[in-house]
Every structure is written in C-alpha cells, then in structure tokens.
Design a protein around this ligand. Structure first.
Ligand code: PMV
Length: 308
C-alpha cells in the first residue's frame, strides 16, 4: 500500500441563492480556479497533524493536531478521518490559495483535498462525500451541501438541497467577474443561525423573500445560458437587495457593491453567508477599473472567468 498521496478541492462562488438554498430554493454556484491541494502521509500512530500552507510564500498559515480538540480545524481533521472508519493517523500538508472564511468555500476545498488523498491511500473513494459532509458540519452547522458540491465537482451548476439530482450543470459562456474581500467575515454557522432566528420571528415574510430569490435564480439561469450580461447584472443587484432584507449584508459589503457599480460593473452582490467577507461584480470590459477601485479602498481583489 502507498504511504502518501495527493488530493485537490475547489473553492466556489455562489452567484445566486445563498441562505435561501438552506430552505430548499435552488442556487447557482461556480467552482473557482482557486483551491486546496493536500499531501497526506500515513503515520504508524497518532495524533494526526494538519498544516495549512500559503503556496506563494510556502509559509505555514495554521498548524494543529488532533489533541487540540477545542479547535475547529482539529475537529474537522478528526471528522474526516472518522469517515474512513479504521484507526488512521496521518500527517496532512495542505496548500491553500483561497482566503479562509471569506465565503469562497475554503473549508470544503480543504476537506475535499484531504479526503481525496485519503481515499487514494486507503482505496475508499466512496467515503469522500461523507468525509467532506462531516467536516462541513463543523464549520457550517446546518449546511445545505452547496460548498461540498462545488469543492468536489467544479464547473457552473444549479444546486438544490435534498433534490434527487442536487447538481444540474449550466451551459453558459465564460462569466467575467471580479471578486473583492471587503473586510473580515463572520462564521457561516453564526450567519445561518441568525437567519434561522429572524425567519422564526417573521416566517411568512421570509418565505416571500425566499420565493423572490428563487424567481431571481430561475431568471438568472436563463440569462447565464444566453450570455445576457445586462439582465444578469440587474438580477445580481436584486439578489443583493434580498440578502440585505435577510439581514446578512454589512456597510462594507454594500459599499463594495456601490463602488463596483460606480466603476461600470453591470451588477454586484455579496456572496456566501455574509456578515463580512466577499462581494463579486459582473465586469465584462470593466474588471480593471473595478479591481483598482476596490484595491484603492484597501481591499484584496482579483478577477476570474467562471465556467465557459
Ligand atoms: O460557506 P459560505 O459562507 O459561502 O456560505 C454557504 C452558503 C449558505 O447558504 C449561507 C449556507 C449553506 O450551507 O448553504
């Protein structure tokens, strides 16, 4: 049996439908050309160790072992290992180029990379889904599974929690977007619990907002497949407004959206659970101006083309 193996996982960008997706509304998500690559070595005995490394500087970003049971990263490692059943001990080095906790799916990419390397080592490909789900439950609480789907499959697709076929690929021309990390983010589980608490107090209103987001997502799928960027941009703005209504935007996220629109972006919205973290803008022909304006404000920003 091999003693070491590698695995990869993708980051993700939710284009439409976050939060509503937790309540069964379809969302649209794309795998990012960023992600995590794990090198996993089997050890004779534990505790298992995990080191996150910045691939640009080769410097450690975080280090833990399974004895740090109070740390989410150590808990996630234990959960991944438990999904493979037997008593396994590993040394995992993970090179990750997605900012942590920014709504770009870093935790699912990390789990997918480690789980795939373990699956190769132990010849257990069927355990990968359960391993990533167990790890995501630690970071996300009641997760819809959207990050996990994107980390494992990549591409551009519609995701529906609990559907017979949760993933439906969307065929579209490459979508030019710019992404901005507008300040520190809040933990996903905290944001999901906050929405659940407000939803419990305003159930009929929240169900209206969820239906609105569902209608936006359905129109967006058509606009995407037709490459109708002006229409898609307006739908992004509407979805951002709905997320404000759910209570998950912040002053910085709103400001970053306004800056992008002011520099010619066709639309902009927060992405992921909110409370800080990332926004993205639709920027055909305007990516440089938008990214420059965000950077001038002191935020990290970059452009990518999704799908295509
Ligand atoms: O991991 P984040 O911050 O991108 O959030 C995931 C999307 C949510 O809809 C907020 C939660 C979920 O599990 O779907």
């Amino acid at each position: 049996m091999a003693m070491s193996a590698e695995g990869e996982g993708r980051g993700k960008l939710i284009l439409f439908g976050e939060h509503a997706v937790v309540y069964g509304v379809p969302a649209i998500v794309a795998g990012l050309p960023l992600g995590a690559r794990a090198q996993v070595v089997l050890l004779d005995e534990g505790p298992s160790r995990l080191c996150l490394i910045d691939p640009d500087s080769d410097r450690p970003l975080a280090v833990c072992d399974e004895s740090h049971a109070d740390q989410p990263l150590a808990q996630a490692l234990s959960a991944i290992l438990a999904a493979f059943g037997d008593e396994v001990a590993v040394d995992a080095r993970v090179y990750i180029d997605i900012p942590a906790g920014a709504g770009l799916g870093s935790s699912a990419a990390l789990a997918a990379a480690i789980a795939r390397a373990l699956a190769a080592l132990l010849d257990r490909p069927s355990a990968v889904q359960a391993a990533v789900a167990a790890s995501e439950a630690i970071f996300h609480g009641d997760a819809s599974g959207i990050d996990q789907a994107a980390a494992l499959s990549g591409g551009l697709f519609r995701f529906t929690r609990g559907a017979d076929q949760p993933i439906r690929p969307i065929h579209a021309p490459g979508v030019p977007v710019s992404i901005c990390l507008a300040g520190a983010s809040a933990p996903t589980a905290h944001m999901v619990r906050g929405v659940a608490a407000r939803r419990a107090r305003h159930r009929p209103v929240f169900e209206h907002i969820e239906r609105l987001i569902g209608a936006v997502t359905a129109d967006a799928q058509i606009a995407l497949s037709q490459g109708d960027w002006p229409r898609l941009g307006e739908l992004l703005d509407i979805n951002h407004g709905a997320l404000c209504a759910l209570g998950v935007s912040t002053q910085d996220l709103d400001h970053a959206c306004h800056i992008a629109r002011g520099c010619g972006a066709l639309g902009a919205k927060l992405t992921g659970s909110g409370g800080g973290g990332c926004v993205f803008a639709l920027t055909p022909g305007t990516s440089e101006a938008v990214v420059e304006a965000w950077r001038a404000r002191g935020w990290r920003a970059f452009s990518v083309v999704l799908g295509g």
